[in-house]
Ligand binder design. Sequence first.
Ligand code: IDP
Ligand code: MG
Length: 162
Amino acid sequence: MLQDQEVHAAEMERTFIAIKPDGVQRGLISEIVSRFERKGYKLVAIKLVVPSKQFAEKHYHDLKERPFFNGLCDFLSSGPVLAMVWEGEGVIKYGRKLIGATDPSKSEPGTIRGDLAVVVGRNIIHGSDGPETAKDEIALWFQPKELVSYTSNEEKWIYGVN
Ligand code: IDP
Ligand code: MG
């Protein structure tokens, strides 16, 4: 039979979250990081990078037929992006909830985009939309050795597991 800790570990998932150049330039890093941190998710990787246009095109490859693709990739590669991996139970789906709808004019108040952004082309943050994308995006942005596995002292209080 699985021990509590093993069940807990098996349920852990990781998602790729990035603060786009507009969020970085607007000084919103600490505000955004703190929302994930205070929720109880665990930061396992973080770095500030200026992606090349080619890299941005890889990241957004599934949108290449969309009319805004070129402008979007120009924008993502226009300045520093804060790339992160966050870990926690249900973090992929709930991370998207914290972020809010793609178009900030439709995002609920209380969400990151709802509270901090106005237009879809400058919606300050990216989050993986499912387990497969999360896996692909983490592998695109980070080398395995950049992902830090550790036990947070808070976990037993967040999950109630000894
Ligand atoms: P998501 O970021 O909420 O997952 P996607 O549909 O994957 O939304 O689109 C990726 C990004 O492309 C959005 O975050 C936004 O910056 C941009 N985008 C999406 N739709 C439009 C649009 O209609 N006009 C301009 N930019 C858009
Ligand atoms: Mg998306």
